[in-house]
Design a protein around this ligand. Sequence first.
Ligand code: CAP
Ligand code: MG
Length: 419
Amino acid sequence: MTTPQSYSEKYLHLGEKIDMDAHVLCVYKIKSSQMSMKEAAAAIATEQSTGTWTEVSTLKEENFLKRSGKVIDIKDNMATIAFPVEDFSLDIGGVPQILSVIAGNLFGLESIEGVRVEDVIFPKSMMREFKGPKFGVEGLRNILKRPDRPLVGTIVKPKIGLSPEETASYVYEAGMGGLTNGKDDETLSNQKFCPLEERVVAIADALDRVKQDSGHIMIHAINVSTNGHQILEVAERAQELGATQLMVDVLTCGFGAVQVLAEDPSIKLPVHVHRTMHAAMTRNKDHGISMKVFAKLVRMCGGDALHIGTFGVGKMKGEATHDLAYRDVCLTKDMPYKPVMPVASGGLQPGMIPALIHIAGKDLQCQAGGGVSGHPRGVRGGAMAMSQAVEAGYLGMTAEEYAKDHVELREALQKWGSA
Ligand code: CAP
Ligand code: MG
């Protein structure tokens, strides 16, 4: 049995003019063999606003008119639904509540086999309720005294198992090799082999030594991803002990975790946003949520740097055109916030970097874990090769050209080739 068309039909407002300042617009890609596009879109608008599977006696006309989602456009398999601003609760609720409206129960409707949230457009009035990044692209560049070159970083590898001292020594070598950014991996937290507090202290010392020994500035993002009731306390402690940046996994911790780290006045560090688990929702082209939606929400919540993929050149699934769209969300002037630093990470190695910069542009943080520590000369050699590759990309040269008089890059190319 499907929702009777006569009932959900009330949610169809095709072609009607909508007050953009009074609605959140959401674009859905829909696949249903049991329903027409109109029926399926209306079923979503119904379920996600004032309706349910049957008409209810408690839905009064005034409530229906003011708060119902309206299907305003259908093109092929894409439907746009406008949700009244009044349906949202930002003071208590925030992004979790936004998601439960635009990306909630609809995924489980029996009669719709596939639905993907492709985009969301928030009215200015709602965007103003969020602060966006404290640092963003410019803030990170200022901290690193790196006005226009892409940032270049590493993820300490192996993901787990190194002691605080070993981790710090990795970071020192990476900094001496010219990297601007280091970060914990997403599965590293406070395990016995590498307690968070000891790691923060050891890394802070390593970063100081890099500065003393070479004059070079590097920061390192400490993974503070944890339970909601602890995250602020853990972040404050890391900051107190000398952390230079924080990292949070936005999808496992929730958007509120990014927002509290960005907005709480006690935290004065940039927030690096990892997206582990995103592919469970972003990878299927017929069902789930586009990374574009997540990128918008991360920017609203104040992430300073965000993983957006490797533009088709790394180990993770992804296409350049899609990743470019996510990069644009990070940088667009259409959102009333500082731009977010787009991060390309996953299976990268020096030979890929010039091509990556050519596609993605200079406002980019390139990162390699294996592509640094897998270098024949070790971490410092790998960091030098990555830095050289970034310089090549920045100057518009190929990796091969630049490698002619840069031995570390040459050795990386010999081991891994180029993109
Ligand atoms: C990269 C990475 C990142 C992935 C995640 C890893 O390491 O640290 O977590 O980039 O992908 O563990 O794989 P390597 P995404 O450089 O050694 O591949 O950013 O696309 O979510
Ligand atoms: Mg990782």
